[in-house]
Ligand binder design. Structure first.
Ligand code: ADP
Ligand code: ZN
Ligand code: ZN
Length: 802
């Protein structure tokens, strides 16, 4: 096997295949699948992944592999396969799929070093190479006569390892440590020889006589309020020894987590966990939908299932939405499994992420808790994959490769023969429909563990407020309840449902919203042309001057932000202390936690925020939750808008009354009779599911059909239109008879970053070879894509239609 099959780092259609390279003699026996290499490619030298080895090639005159970047594979055999699968599923390049699986530190060719990790004897050649140094530049190895086999063996024995230096900062963090340099009696002797006036030196030496172990220099200096000089005097006398020690950058200090014991499960929890445990023990693949109201103890089920997995010596992945990867959440996993947990969070630095990844890679942890990309954690013996809040759209990546973490999780579970658990209070229609058909198993937790009822919900009709002369965004009821809560020193969460505000048009008198006559979807307001458009089909109409339903002139599109709400709230209740949380106030790293910390310490009465405050937060003192515009999302140009509204209302209601104090929820809306608002206020998921499924069937949306969205963009308007038209024309000739093709139509945001965007959509039940068909359709444009800045994005499972 002296030929390597390499995927090169050039994301382009023309090179989306493996290239064969000869493995030179000195790399044979060292090079294996999953390693990164440097290969000559045209005039350049570029990075590539070795994904296979072979004896024969269909090509002659092969070039040689130039250099190997890894001495241990960064992709496991499973991940190599998975990358191909992801790339096929999402119609993305192999290289893009592989890059998505690895931490950023490994994506570029960062500077490398060899590090010695043992003080014990290592092979003579290596001793010579290191020449008493702890770390040496990798190039020194490359330029030495030492064979890679020797190095590889040393790595396998844990004697040395390869480290990547990220940017200018070291990929790894080292701290300065101090420990006694001599035996206790020698320290005592040294102590007596110290001058009586050297009080600090004496104190420090006395300390080490009592505590003969290492301590980091910074704490030592702090403890004795002294400077480096004191320590230097002692090290000069060889009484102390100062050295560097490498530490993982640990964004979460494990000592801060109080360890917790498994709780004894309620009846419902026991029933829910039983089949999951059976699948774990039988090493069986299966998908479980854990449908549990907020506070019903889903997390405790995750924890106890993972415990079984760990006892079997296996590993666990837990996915949580980015937004709810809060310190509270991390605490629950670290509290149960301590330092056996790695955490992947987008707020971590490149180096921190690399450290967390390496813990998994080196099998130092068995559990990872993280956002979407953690689904690629390089575990080799997975026993369970858990997806909390499975309905969250952040599990879909909106960039190549456009994968959905749920699909990847299920694919991995097939390989590892392990269960997948999808937990939610409001499962997606797709997931719940599969559970009803028996494709997935369903477990229901319909009671809170504290046996408290769900908070009562009151719907406020904002049209009536307007008619009563109240033009503020706050109903009289909400204002009164907020004041009452504040009088009792209780706290309030206010959700401003902002997304999509400025895009739909609504009558403030009667709540009428203009919808497309063919699609049952709110029309989008296009300011430039003063028109309302449906972006699913091509329907359009002029922006009306009066309400088509009641002829009122108070018909307008909406626009408001949290800042303005805060202002008017301050006017309304001047003594209220408010914390505002939105993208603007949480941009800085750590500000999210800081604001929540302040609220939790009761330094404010009201937490006002967007969607980001709806998830996973748990505050004892919150008794009132207000939703300011429950329907704003209902009319987004998205067939999932009702589903998303239901999810959000349910989530936010779950924030109240989680502990001793009973909770109350106020939902302000212009469409109080909408089934989504009604059923969310009754916590009636089942009926909502049934209603919504009827609508999906009537208008042919998922889960009844599959969708593929093609978005074409180009700086020149006419080109974008023309290409989309050609694509539609070509597609219409090759798709199945009962497949629907919609468009071309302008994207809801038609011009973005100076590009014009058009789209078309395919709705199908069965469309064999769709991927090949799509590739065929795009092929004629490849030249234009390469040379003329044309972009064609194909999303085979779209969640965003903007
Ligand atoms: P969910 O994840 O479904 O919202 P949680 O797991 O957060 O629910 O549980 C809600 C609360 O109930 C938590 O404070 C948790 O510690 C507690 N809890 C969970 N299971 C039990 C149990 N079996 N006995 C007592 N308390 C429990
Ligand atoms: Zn339409
Ligand atoms: Zn009206």
């Amino acid at each position: 096997m002296n030929i390597a099959q390499v995927i090169v780092d050039v994301p382009a259609k023309q090179v989306n295949q493996t290239f064969d390279y000869i493995i030179p003699q000195h790399f044979q026996g060292v090079l294996s699948e999953g390693m990164r290499v440097i290969v000559p490619f045209g005039p350049r030298k570029i990075m590539g992944f070795v994904i296979g080895k072979t004896d024969q090639s269909n090509f002659t005159r092969l070039k040689e592999i130039e250099e190997i970047l890894d001495l241990t594979p960064v992709l496991t055999k499973e991940l190599i396969q998975l990358g191909k699968w992801v790339s096929n599923q999402t119609l993305s390049f192999y290289i893009t799929a592989y890059q998505a699986m690895l931490p950023q530190a490994l994506k570029a060719t960062y500077k490398k070093e060899l590090v010695r990790s043992t003080e014990e004897q290592i092979s003579k050649e290596l001793e010579f190479l290191f020449a008493n140094k702890k770390r040496i530049p990798y190039e020194r190895l490359v330029n030495s006569p030492i064979t890679y086999t020797v190095v590889q063996k040393a790595i396998q024995n844990g004697e040395i390892y390869v480290d990547y230096l990220v940017k200018s900062k070291g990929a790894k963090k080292a701290i300065t440590m101090v420990k006694p340099g001599k035996e206790e009696h020698q320290l005592m002797e040294g102590f007596h020889n110290l001058s009586k006036t050297a009080t600090k030196q004496r104190a420090i030496l006395q300390y080490f006589i009592n505590h003969p172990s290492e301590i980091d220099q910074a704490s030592l200096l702090r403890k004795f309020k002294t400077s480096h000089n004191t320590i230097k005097s002692l090290t000069d006398k060889q009484l102390l020894h100062v050295y560097k020690k490498e530490v993982y950058r640990n964004p979460y200090n494990d000592d801060n987590f109080k360890s917790t014991e498994p709780l004894s499960l309620t009846k419902q929890q026991q029933q829910a966990i039983k089949p999951i445990k059976e699948f774990i023990h039988n090493q069986e693949q299966g998908v479980f939908v854990l449908h549990g109201v907020t506070g019903s103890g889903k997390t405790e089920i995750y924890l106890q299932a993972i415990q079984d997995v760990l006892q079997k010596g296996q590993e666990a992945i837990v996915l949580v939405p980015e937004i709810s990867l809060t310190p509270q959440m991390v605490k629950r996993f670290k509290g149960r499994f301590g330092s056996n947990v790695a955490v992947f969070h987008s707020a971590l630095s490149v180096g921190e992420k690399y450290d967390e990844w390496r813990k998994i890679f080196r099998k130092e942890v068995q559990v990872v808790v993280g956002a979407r990309s953690a689904v690629f954690a390089p575990f080799e013996n997975l026993g369970i994959i858990i997806i909390d809040e499975e309905h969250e759209t952040s599990y879909k990546q909106e960039d190549q490769p456009r994968y959905h973490a749920r699909d990847v999780a299920i694919e991995r579970s097939n390989y590892h023969k392990c269960p997948v658990v999808l937990g939610s209070a409001t499962p997606t229609l797709e997931t719940y429909a599969r559970a009803q058909k028996g494709v997935y198993d369903l477990a229901v937790l319909d009671k809170r563990t504290n046996n408290k009822p769900m908070p009562s919900v009151e719907i406020i009709d904002m049209r009536k407020e307007l008619h009563a002369g109240n033009r503020t965004m706050f109903s009289r009821t909400l204002k009164n309840k907020m004041e009452t809560a504040m009088d009792k020193n209780e706290q309030i969460v206010l959700l401003l449902n902002r997304r999509g505000f400025s895009t739909f048009v609504m009558c403030r008198d009667c709540g009428h919203v203009n919808e497309c006559p063919h699609c049952d979807i709110a029309l989008t307001y296009h300011k430039s042309s003063n028109q309302l458009k449906c972006h699913y089909c091509s329907y359009e109409e002029r922006m009306p001057l009066t309400c088509p339903s009641c002829e009122s002139e108070l018909i307008r599109y909406f626009g408001t932000g949290t800042e303005r709400v805060e202002e008017s709230l301050t006017k309304l209740i001047p003594h209220a202390r408010i914390i505002r949380m939105d993208v603007d106030t949480t941009r800085r790293k750590g500000s999210h936690e800081r604001l929540l910390g302040k609220f939790s310490n009761q330094e404010a009465d009201i937490l006002l925020g967007t969607q980001m405050i709806a998830k996973g937060l748990d505050f004892e003192n919150v008794t009132l939750v207000g939703v300011l515009a429950a329907d704003s999302m209902l009319h987004l140009p998205d067939f999932r808008s009702s589903e998303k509204t239901f999810q959000l209302l349910t989530q936010v209601s779950g924030r109240a009354g989680r502990h001793e104090l009973p909770g109350e929820v106020i939902i302000q809306t212009y469409t109080p009779d909408h089934y989504t608002v009604q059923l969310a206020s009754q916590y009636d998921y089942k009926r909502f599911f049934n209603m919504e499924m009827k609508i999906r069937r009537q208008f042919q949306y998922p889960p009844y059909v599959f969708l593929t969205l093609i978005t074409v963009s180009h700086p020149v308007h006419a080109v974008a239109i023309k290409v989309t038209q050609q694509i539609v024309q070509f597609l219409s000739q090759i798709i199945e008879r009962n497949t629907t093709l919609l468009g071309p139509t302008p994207s809801p945001i038609m011009r973005l970053k100076n590009r014009y965007r058009y789209q078309c959509m395919i709705k199908y039940k069965r469309e064999p070879n769709l991927k090949e068909k799509l590739e065929r359709v795009v092929r004629p444009f490849e030249d234009q894509i390469l040379k003329e800045d044309l972009q064609i994005i194909i999303d085979t499972n779209p969640y965003q239609f903007m």
